[in-house]
Ligand binder design. Structure first.
Ligand code: ADP
Ligand code: ZN
Length: 700
């Protein structure tokens, strides 16, 4: 409904009501307008919204806002009507030719409406055909020749595309996976842990078909970058139905139409990114989270929810199965499988006979890289290209703070006070410790061997230039957030790459998600070392995920793939674990380590962030928070900080954080339940922007 709110009007959603009020009747105001006369969200939808608000300690109004399409949030009715104009009986009886001699414009309009017959013509279409029709319409309305009706607008039409293409015959592993998924139609969480190209998607597709055949709906969540035309085309083609899509590139109207189709049940397949988890479903039957490990499932601002985690909660609430798929599952999911909460389904080999790629290291101390590319990598590119293959040069850029590593001796700039690595702040020419706060000048020569050093981290642009000068006769295509900003640019690049028109692809994480480049045989990873020495407890997990995902792009068809990783630290045990044992061994080791070090998933975290123009304001606020926590916490809770955030200043504000860790989730939530209202009253909070991040995935 529309309600008066101070001097303005606001859109509100009624969640409940009361027969009495603490305010005198004279102070209460009436709502201005009831926009929808029937509830737009069901009890089940509200249950998820309430859960989200409670779990993330976030105001319910903002959760509702996240759950609704923009048009509904701004007051458009759920069932909009369309202004339709039609001719009346009197209009039909009129002689149009006579009218044409006096008023040609009126005659033209009337003629058009007469042709359309009883259904009339939508106002928008009239505007397209006769831009000034309203002027001609006025006298026709007056004479009663035409009339206006508000017709309910069409719901989503589930246009059947061509009939579904034939199912593939599943291999043995896939058959076993499908049988496990078919064991139950009620709640259960299933992790499909399958190497890239093992045919996970093929398995989901067949399970989706079961559910859709039974008249139920399937909701698929995919990462923003993973929601490619390739995936959509495959779903459409295999299932023979048009999916209702919910992602960021849609117009508000398209979004609303898809949302309504999901809500009414007209769309049997709903595919979307993170926020699609809140889409109402009339007859839910199955939820799928593709690429479960992808960080884009967690919203990093405002309502900091994890769509992956909410998918599991929602499936439980609705009593339907949820399938989580990944070639590199998060330790959180693996831990649930170990304790038996979730079912672990493994697909260890590639479907269709493609061989797994081989991985080798290039020691950049012995064969240094110039402009990011070492001689051995350059030679490998040359040989793969001349054999008719395609190469992908991958720059791992996300989530790792830059460190200063000497290219000659491998020395890393470290903190003298606390045994941790310093982070490069190139703008201020400083090295900083994010644990103790120590600062020193950014060196231009190595503290160990005296050779000149540069901060590690090559830009994609520099790499592209370097490759262009080495391979002047080949087509080189860069794929990163800069080169794909224009709408549709990403798809064009991907199409070109898929067809094989680009010989060398240079890019970041964007290239590592779910794409299938038939000709790609070589993957070069040029700056893996940043991940080896990340300060976050998730560094190893993340690095392994990045490498395995991008490596999975190589050799997906008949030609074998090769992966070359440039590193100044070839003896680091991480490499032998990854190369010999794959992601499985890296994750098993990391999980064992986390158990000892008491990091998630063995403990639960909540991160309190504060930002202010004055450092002391942010710091004092979190000192207050720390005091409140200490007064209310039990001995299972650890308080870490307050400390400066790894990115200590952003957009003119100082950022400070306080980490709460507990071995008991309920205890942590009880604590947050006390903390939030108390902090809201805190006077020190007035100059500070603050937030609570439950289950943070980035500690800055
Ligand atoms: P994933 O989702 O695990 O990366 P996909 O389902 O995309 O794997 O399958 C990878 C490739 O193998 C695709 O080209 C797919 O068509 C093919 N494929 C999958 N399952 C089979 C099968 N049973 N027989 C033959 N080819 C298959
Ligand atoms: Zn330090």
């Amino acid at each position: 409904m529309r309600v008066p709110f101070g001097r303005r009007q606001a859109i509100g959603l009624v969640l409940g009501h009361s027969d009495e009020s603490a305010l005198p009747a004279g102070k209460l105001r009436r709502c201005t307008e009831i926009i929808d006369t029937t509830p737009i969200l069901s009890a089940a939808d509200l249950r998820l919204i309430r859960f989200t608000s409670d779990y993330y300690h976030h105001p319910i109004g903002e959760v509702v806002a996240a759950a609704l399409p923009a048009l509904l949030r701004h007051g458009k009715p759920l069932h909009p009507t369309v202004e339709t104009i039609g001719a009346t009986d009197a209009g039909e009886a009129t002689n149009v030719d006579t009218l044409a001699t006096r008023a040609p414009k009126q005659a033209e309009l009337l003629e058009l409406l007469l042709d359309a017959g009883v259904v009339g013509v939508e106002a928008d279409r009239l505007t397209e055909e006769l831009p000034n029709w309203r002027r001609a319409a006025a006298p026709l309305f007056k004479k009663g020749y035409i009339t206006r009706r508000d017709m309910p607008s069409d719901d989503f039409n589930e246009t059947l595309t061509n009939t579904a293409s034939r199912r593939l015959t599943l291999n043995e592993g896939q058959q076993r996976a499908l049988a496990a998924l078919r064991a139950s139609d009620t709640f259960g969480a299933y992790l499909i842990d399958g190497v890239t190209g093992s045919g996970k998607t093929e398995v989901y597709l067949q399970r989706m078909q079961d559910i859709i055949d039974r008249g139920k709906q399937v909701l698929v969540l995919a990462p923003e970058i993973g929601l490619t035309p390739q995936l959509i085309a495959r779903l459409r083609d295999r299932l023979g139905i048009e999916p209702a899509l919910l992602h960021s590139a849609l117009t508000d109207n398209e979004r609303l139409a898809a949302w309504r189709a999901a809500r009414s049940g007209a769309a049997r397949l709903v595919v979307g990114t993170r926020s699609a988890i809140f889409t109402p479903l009339n007859r839910p039957g199955l939820i799928i989270v593709d690429e479960e490990h992808d960080q884009s499932f967690k919203q990093q601002e405002g309502l900091r929810y994890s769509a992956r985690d909410l998918a599991i909660v929602r499936a439980k609430q609705l009593d339907v199965p949820v399938i989580l798929g990944s070639a590199t599952p998060t330790l959180e999911m693996l831990q649930h499988c170990q304790t038996g909460n979730y079912e672990h389904i493994r697909l260890p080999v590639r479907a269709g006979g493609a061989k797994p790629p081989t991985i080798h290291l290039i020691d950049t101390v012995r064969t240094p890289a110039t402009d990011g590319i070492s001689e051995p990598l350059s030679a490998a590119i040359e040989s793969h290209l001349s054999a008719g293959g395609q190469a992908l040069i991958f720059l791992n850029r996300r989530g790792f703070a830059p460190t200063l590593i000497c290219g000659s001796c491998g020395h890393i700039a470290g903190c003298e006070r606390c045994d941790s690595r310093l982070t490069v702040h190139a703008g201020k020419k400083q090295l900083r410790c994010h644990h103790c706060g120590a600062v020193r000048r950014l060196d231009s020569s190595c503290g160990e061997c005296g050779e000149p050093v540069k901060p590690l981290g090559e830009g994609t642009q520099r790499l592209e230039e370097a490759l262009c000068s080495r391979f002047p006769d080949h087509v080189i295509t860069r794929v990163d957030s800069d080169s794909t900003q224009r709408k549709g640019a990403m798809n064009e690049v991907l199409d070109r790459a898929t067809e094989g028109a680009a010989d060398i692809l240079v890019g970041t994480q964007m290239l590592s998600k779910g794409h299938h480049f038939p000709k790609l045989t070589l993957v070069g990873i040029v700056n893996a070392d940043q991940g080896l020495f990340g300060t976050d407890f998730r560094s190893a997990e993340r690095l392994a995920q990045s490498i395995v995902q991008v490596a999975g792009r190589a050799g997906r068809e008949s030609r074998a793939g090769e992966v070359l990783i440039q590193t100044a630290f070839p003896d680091n045990p991480f490499w032998s674990t990854l190369i010999e044992g794959g992601y499985r061994q890296v994750s098993e080791q990391a999980l064992a380590e986390r158990q000892v070090t008491r990091w998630p998933p063995f403990t639960r975290l909540a991160l309190l962030r504060a930002a202010a123009h004055r450092h002391s304001d942010a710091f004092r606020f979190l000192e207050d928070a720390k005091r409140i926590v200490a007064e209310n916490a039990d001995d299972r809770t650890r308080i870490l900080g307050p400390v400066d955030a790894p990115m200590a200043r952003k957009a003119g504000r100082y950022r400070v954080q306080l980490l709460l860790q507990s071995s008991d989730r309920h205890a942590l939530h009880k604590l947050l339940g006390v903390l939030r209202p108390t902090l809201e009253q805190q006077s020190s909070g007035r100059k500070v922007r603050w937030s609570i991040d439950v289950d943070p995935i980035e500690l800055f």
